[in-house]
Design a protein. Structure first.
Length: 287
């Protein structure tokens, strides 16, 4: 009630923070919190509804996977939709509240693409003409990091950045909220780049392993004189593909230097590839 008090124009960040802490401390915290917040967001008092939306977004930022999972259920999404729908509270909800609810749901479609129900709910609003175009999110809008957050994220490994983000999120100054949003987006971009590197490494090592296995089979048949002309062409093409994988492995090795385990995997794949290429030159190219 204090965090959403309509008689107070400024957000009560101390109460909001305490609310988030209580949500995290209670096993059923996310369920109870969303039930209470839905009631407040549907309030006929604009100030109360807007404060409740701020509390909701702060919870999304601070209350983790259990909260995200509960908020992405139709049970809660339907309560938000009622604020927009003319069949329910849309006839008397203020335009400011409806605009903010639309922004909230749209931002979740961006930050939680894996949550199908959120995507479905937003698309339904567009099909029904309740949402005519995607809103432009304001610069000072705090967007939560994706859920679940990758392990060893920048906020886990960089204590200074973690402390800075916590301080910015507690602030009531718009410029601090903008800085928090930029910090989150920068961290997410960095984690996405790391994820892409891991994906490239895993896929390349898998391809090397498969190609080496096929080449060993081809060479065994070649030694026995059992390889048809068409199969010999396939073997040559396979050799050329393996040659092109070598510089890619070198790049992956340079990216993996800080991670000893990943570097060992790349070097092991390179050894396998070098052996297979050496055998090809010894058995086929020499002839």
């Amino acid at each position: 009630d204090e965090a959403t008090d309509p008689s107070v124009s400024e957000e009560n960040w101390e109460c909001i923070q305490q609310f988030c802490e209580q949500v995290n401390a209670d096993t059923e915290g996310p369920w109870f919190a969303l039930r209470l917040l839905a009631h407040k967001i549907q309030s006929p008092q604009e100030g109360e509804a807007l404060h409740a939306l701020t509390v909701l977004e702060t919870c999304v930022n601070n209350c983790g996977d259990r909260f995200h999972s509960e908020m992405a259920k139709f049970r809660f999404l339907n309560e938000l939709i009622k604020v927009l729908s003319p069949k329910y509270y849309g006839i008397w909800s203020s335009e400011k509240v409806k605009s903010r609810v639309t922004e909230v749901i749209f931002s979740w479609t961006v930050w939680f693409p894996q949550e199908v129900k959120i995507q479905d709910a937003y698309q339904m609003l567009k099909k029904q003409g309740i949402v005519k175009e995607d809103p432009k999110l304001p610069e000072d809008k705090i967007l939560p990091p994706p859920s679940p957050r990758p392990q060893n994220s920048i906020f886990d490994t960089d204590e200074e950045k973690s402390k800075l983000l916590a301080r910015l999120l507690r602030s009531s100054h718009p410029e601090d909220l903008q800085a928090a949003n930029r910090l989150i987006q920068s961290a997410v971009k960095e984690e996405q780049e790391k994820s892409a590197q891991v994906s490239r490494r895993v896929n390349t090592i898998s391809e090397v392993s498969e190609n080496v296995k096929r080449m060993d089979e081809f060479l065994e048949s070649y030694r026995r004189g059992e390889l048809s002309p068409a199969a010999q062409e396939s073997l040559q093409a396979l050799f050329q593909r393996c040659e092109r994988l070598r510089p890619l492995l070198f790049r992956l090795a340079s990216e993996a230097v800080p991670d000893e385990e990943a570097l060992a995997e790349v070097l092991q794949a390179n050894d396998k590839l070098s052996r297979a290429l050496g055998q090809y030159r010894q058995v086929v190219a020499s002839q």
